[in-house]
Design a protein around this ligand. Structure first.
Ligand SMILES: Cc1cc2nc3c(=O)[nH]c(=O)nc-3n(C[C@H](O)[C@H](O)[C@H](O)COP(=O)(O)OP(=O)(O)OC[C@H]3O[C@@H](n4cnc5c(N)ncnc54)[C@H](O)[C@@H]3O)c2cc1C
Length: 364
């Protein structure tokens, strides 16, 4: 089949690679001039264990399976990564109960390498930590996400597929068992495809509304939850990922490490109504307070505004966390079309597994 994948983020690239390996002729259309210019370059680059999500949900299934696939992929394709492990820390008795619930959820999800440890054992691993107990997750890690996307791009090109940059999809309509797709940009025009996957990230809902015949009530609301990061100017105090217990809309302001061992903190949760990518320095006060609950030694004046990313959520503040949404024909009644909505965290971790499921929706 001739398949169009819209969006060259980590999800679109993983789907395109999977479809190309299955023998399809794949084109990726990307509105910007490069790969991973959207949500995929504005995240924590953490390979998640798969602890937090309700058992059987897409997020639980694809993060655990996707994580195993991703480690194998990194080893085979020389993508820089490190299985450094993570501690989810409890700073008081109420948080111990929360950490125990996360352990139970993780075990129910089939996550390997989980263990509850006491405060002393946690401090033996990380001397600067203040906590009464922690959940150790040995399978969590970090990845060079751009290196990963480059490897996906390389593999799909090896299969004869390609990415068209600066080529936004403007409209689509079904005609004679195919999709007529109108492109803008450098090479504007109309091209027909057998099947289309909408992996446009923050643009997925806007694109779905421009698909002729797509039922308006099947386009889920897009809720924007910005995650701000602050860099740390001192010498790194930790060598494992350190997470507090989760908060509404996110996993809490955690310590993430890059592959050079540098520390940064974030993301927090800032509900916004339009895309904006500035980090307000005034948010530092709340960061100091939250981080000091588990790292009292955080020195004054060491946090500097870094970058931010926007989670394309399907649920808002105070609501139960929505799952990823894969909308195929059973949802919108249009054949050979799959739309992906709400692919927030852990989308990077889930990408290879999610890609296989999406390609399975397309029937030759
Ligand atoms: C703050 C934050 C932290 C996160 N941390 C982690 C983490 O540590 N681990 C993890 O597993 N996941 C994490 N995630 C989630 C992960 O980053 C995302 O799930 C993933 O990057 C989504 O990729 P995507 O390809 O769907 O979207 P994107 O990367 O945004 O790609 C979509 C692409 O579509 C293009 N596009 C849009 N409209 C059109 C159009 N009409 N025509 C052509 N192209 C179009 C855009 O330009 C963009 O390049 C985090 C997310 C956020 C926001």
């Amino acid at each position: 089949m001739q398949i169009l994948v819209v969006g060259a983020g980590v999800i679109g690239l993983a789907i395109a690679r999977s479809a190309a390996l299955a023998g399809h002729d794949v084109t990726v259309a990307e509105a910007t001039g490069g790969i991973g210019n959207g949500v995929s370059s504005r995240n924590s680059e953490v390979i998640h264990g798969g602890l937090y999500y309700p058992t059987g949900s897409l997020r639980a299934r694809h993060s655990t399976r996707g994580r195993r696939m991703l480690y194998d992929f990194c080893a085979e394709h020389d993508v820089a990564h490190r299985k450094c492990g993570k501690l989810v820390v409890a700073t008081n008795a109420a948080e111990v109960t929360k950490v125990e619930a996360i352990l139970a959820q993780g075990r129910a999800n089939g996550v390997e390498g989980l263990e509850l440890i006491g405060g002393n054992a946690a401090r033996a691993m990380e001397a600067e930590l203040s906590c009464v107990g922690a959940l150790w997750s040995s399978e969590s890690g970090i990845i060079d996400s751009h290196g990963y996307m480059l490897a996906l791009w390389g593999e799909l090109e090896d299969c004869g597929s390609m990415i068209a940059f600066e080529t936004p999809v403007e409209r689509m309509s079904p005609a004679a068992s195919r999709w007529q797709v109108q492109f803008g940009g450098r090479d504007a025009g109309v091209v027909a495809f057998d099947a289309v996957v909408n992996a446009a990230g923050l643009g997925a809902q806007a694109l779905a509304r421009r698909i002729d015949g797509y039922p308006a009530d099947k386009v889920p609301p897009l809720v924007l939850a910005k995650g701000n990061y602050f860099g740390f100017t001192g010498k790194a105090a930790f060598s494992h990922l350190i997470y507090p217990t989760p908060v509404d809309g996110g996993l809490g302001v955690h310590v993430t490490l890059d592959l050079a061992g540098r520390m940064r903190f974030g993301p927090d949760v800032e509900w916004i109504d339009h895309e904006s990518y500035t980090v307000d320095p005034r948010r530092a006060d709340a960061f100091y307070e939250r981080i000091r609950s588990y790292w009292p030694g955080l020195p004054d004046g060491t946090l500097v505004p870094d970058y931010c990313g926007i989670r394309p959520k399907l649920s808002g503040p105070g609501q139960p966390q929505a799952d990823f949404m894969i909308a195929g024909e059973s949802v919108h009644r249009l054949p050979q079309l799959v739309c992906l909505f709400g692919i927030e965290s852990p989308g990077l971790t889930s990408s290879l597994s999610l890609a296989e499921e999406v390609v399975g929706y397309l029937k030759p």
